[in-house]
Structures are given as C-alpha cells and as structure tokens.
Design a binder for this molecule. Sequence first.
Ligand code: IMP
Length: 428
Amino acid sequence: MTTTIVIGGQWGDEGKGKIVDYLASEINPDFGVRFNGGANAGHSIENNLGSFVLHLIPATIFTPGAISVIGNGVVIEPGALLVEMKKLVEKGVDISGLRISDRCHLIMPWHRLRESAEEAARGKEKIGTTGRGIGPCYADKAAREGFRVADLSAKGGWELLEDLYNRNLKRLPVELHGSMPALEQLQKMLRDFDRQIAGRVIQTEALLWKARLQGKQLLLEGAQGVLLDVDFGTYPRVTSSSTTRLGAYHGTGLPPSDDEVVVGIFKGYVTRVGEGAFPTELNDQNGHKLREIGHEYGATTGRARRCGWFDAVQARYAHRLNDFSWIVLTKNDVMDTFGTIRICVAYNLDGVELVTPPTTDRDLAKCVPVYQDMPGWQTPTSHIRHFADLPIAMQNYCRRLEELVGVQIGMISVGPKREETIKLATIS
Ligand code: IMP
C-alpha cells in the first residue's frame, strides 16, 4: 500500500493535471482524492479520452474502477461541480466512482459577491483572486458560519441556510443586494444539487481509513502551489487553503503514514497569476516568449500569467516544507529556443544575501535575484523519451536544479500529452 501525494511547488499551474493523470495511468490507484481549494484550480489533462480541464474532480476519474473523492478540505461551488460532472459524462467518462465529503463547505452566492466587494475595497493592495468566492468561503469555515454538504440533508439545515442568507444580506453593500438570488431560488438550486449528488455523499475520511487498512493505493492531488499556501506562501497574496503536503492530511482526514511518496511539481521556469511580489519576473522579450510558447494563460480565468526565470530560493523552501521524495520538471521544452537560461540562486535584500525567502511580500518585492546563467540547448526536445537523449545543456540544467533544490528529479515532462514524459532512473 502506498499513498502518493502530488503538490505544486510554485505559484500553481505547474502541470499537476498532466502529472496526476500520468501517475494514475502508471500506478493504477484504487482511490484518488482532491484535498484543497475549489474551482479556482484548473487541472488540464490530455489523454486517450480527449482534452479536459478539471476544477474540482480528481484526475483519477479517468482511471477505470478508481474511486475519486472530493475531500473535506475542498470548497465546492454547486453549479461548477454539476457542470464539470455533466461535461465528463457527455465525453463518455464514467463518473460512477465520484464521492463527495459531507464535510465540504459550499460556496454560496454571497461568497462571490463579498469577494468582489472586498477586492474593490483593497484597491492597490488587491490580491487578484480568481473571483470564485474561495476566500470568503474559507473565512466563513473558520468563523463557523459555513454551510456544508451535510447540511443539505441534516435536520435544521434549511433553517441554517435561511439564517446565513439573512445575515449575509445584511453584510453585503446595498448596491450588491440586487445581485443576490432570492432565498427560494437558492433553496431550489440547492435541492436540485442535493438530488444530483445523491448517493455520492459520505464521510470520506472513514472511506479512506478503510482503504488504507485494506492496503489500497491512494493518490492525493493538491491544487495551487506551495507559494500560495495560506501559512507559508507569499501572504497576503495567497489562496486561503493549505497547499502543502500538510494540507493533504488536513483535507482528507488521513494521518501521515510511513509509506508515502510525495511528488513536487515544478515548471522549468516560474509563472504567477494575480498580484504579488515575483523577484524573477521577466517584463521583456524573454517573458513574452515564455508566455506565448508556453500558452501561459489561466485554465480557469483565461488571465495572462506573469512569467520569469526558475527561482531556486523558493523551490528549496518548498522542498523543505514538503520533504519531496522526488520532483517533476515540466515545460522545459518551452525554453528550447533560448540562448541563455537563468536560475535565481539567492536574493539580495538591502545588501544582504538571502538563501531563504523573506516572510513578507513587501520584503520579497525588494529582493534582487542573484542569477547563475546556463547555456540553452537550442534544439527541440518534445520528441525525446530518455534522459540520456536530451541535449547535454538541458541535462546540465536539470542536474543544477537538483543540486540547488536539494532533491532528485524523477520525471521530466516535455509536452502536454501523457506519452510526452521522461522517467528517470530515480523512480524506474
Ligand atoms: P483565490 O484562490 O481565488 O482566492 O486567489 C488567490 C490567489 O491565488 C490569486 O493570486 C490567484 O491568481 C491565485 N490562484 C488561485 N488558484 C490558482 C491556481 O489554480 N493556479 C494559479 N494561481 C491560482
């Protein structure tokens, strides 16, 4: 029995969807679990069934016979989940294995509305959220003012809904009252949601404990990335959930086990969506090339992603927080035409050299990257399937990243398709 945990190592969008899909095809997990975030995530997958973007449902939905669980750490927007389920069914995907934790909090209309008002009030200090109401939903969870999946069928659930509705109406700026659906409309939508997820809602923590006892293979799928973690990321410009390995326990109810493989996913460069400090950001021709060649536009919001060089200071920090068993490097092929590739090996903050990131976003914004330049390989690599066949300059780039981050690379992705993957000796 093994539990494999997949974690984004940067600011999200590292290619987790493809890697989880690949790993699922290799290890044939009995259970897959999404453990944090919500429909702010967009996991892109291209496999033998077509092209998909999953926002809430784990990528194991494509693994025949697997049970795919939306864990208690996930916040669910009912409409978004129904659309996702429908799209999968329309493309012939069997979703009979989908299960939903009864502890998941639901995103309500007031969460989105509150978020838009809060972002507007932040002015220059805005976060640049995905606008999905994720932050206010997690805030209500912590404030004990949330509405959970279990409440849909629990005694007193509808009274709770009415109470929350009225409280939130009072809280919203008057100009947004017109955007709130009527209570009856909301009740009707939630009744329909409840009907459509009937039979899938359970105490998923108990299901997963039993799976472990039975020696099943588990694949836990994180959303976003370490640098967006609410505790350890670039606060306050972060998401509202735990995006590290620690979030996997918190968001599933599974305790840590001795038999775990923790896989960190990193792009060969870095991207960020939304506001916040980004020391290695490239506002030049190289940044433009990374964005266009790498199709760096958000899978959820369509926003252009900010692009920059690989930041080994942040990557090393991400490794320390997660103690990765090995890492995956994705999208190196995007840099196939680059003459020189830079790696940030340290920061200079007010004349002091730092090898770990500062705690505040303001200090991070002042950090000047110390770069090491590496020669580019300047040849196509997407067709290559063995590490030894990669151009020497790319091999050197990978080996240098291993040294700087302090962990071995187990896999290199050279394109979006499942087969465009190189497995290294580390894991084969
Ligand atoms: P929220 O999660 O919508 O509250 O957004 C908070 C921050 O996290 C913003 O900078 C978003 O752009 C970023 N973010 C949230 N989800 C993702 C993701 O899946 N990929 C990349 N960035 C994300």
